[in-house]
Design a protein around this ligand. Structure first.
Ligand code: FE2
Length: 163
């Protein structure tokens, strides 16, 4: 053997060991490029956007090997609740409007800036503004769970708030 590295188990179960598909992004910078390209091509997403007061609107825009791209709309006052993304990492950004992210501190998200997070990252995103907002999110691997956490602002489990 020419290497002192041996793979135990199924190498195809370890996504970063799989050969990348040149037609799809497979890195953070690739996902960021995908989102920047999407933001620059308003005709690719604007006609699809809907605004729904209940529940918040979302749409899977595309998927590829090991990732999914979601389009979300946020009416004023709508929010995600405090949550994580299970085993998924993510890159997301604003296509239109402004959102506020509460995580480790709070920040205003505007078009042009991207946020990157790893598995287990906990945050809450809300539209505190007066105008609707649209965001795009890449999850890798695709989102399989979104466990809810106690809201830092409300101090009790989200499930309890629904009743
Ligand atoms: Fe999130």
């Amino acid at each position: 053997m020419n290497s002192d590295v041996e793979i135990a188990g199924d190498p195809l179960a370890v996504q970063h060991l799989m050969p990348s598909d040149p037609g799809h992004p497979a890195t953070v910078s690739g996902y960021a490029g995908l989102l920047r390209g999407l933001a620059a091509d308003r005709s690719a997403w604007a006609p699809l956007v809907r605004y729904d007061p209940e529940p918040r609107w979302y749409h899977r825009l595309r998927s590829g090997p090991g990732y999914e791209v979601w389009l979300l709309s946020w009416l004023p006052g709508q929010g995600s609740g405090r949550h994580d993304h299970g085993p998924s990492s993510g890159v997301f950004g604003l296509l239109q409007g402004e959102l506020t992210e509460h995580g480790a501190g709070s920040r205003t998200l505007r078009p042009g800036a991207l946020r990157v997070f790893g598995p287990g990252y906990v945050h809450e995103v809300v539209n505190d503004g007066l105008e609707p907002a649209v965001s795009a999110h890449v999850y890798a691997p695709g989102l399989t769970s979104m466990p809810m956490h106690c809201s830092a602002r409300e101090g009790r489990p989200r499930e309890a708030l629904a009743r």
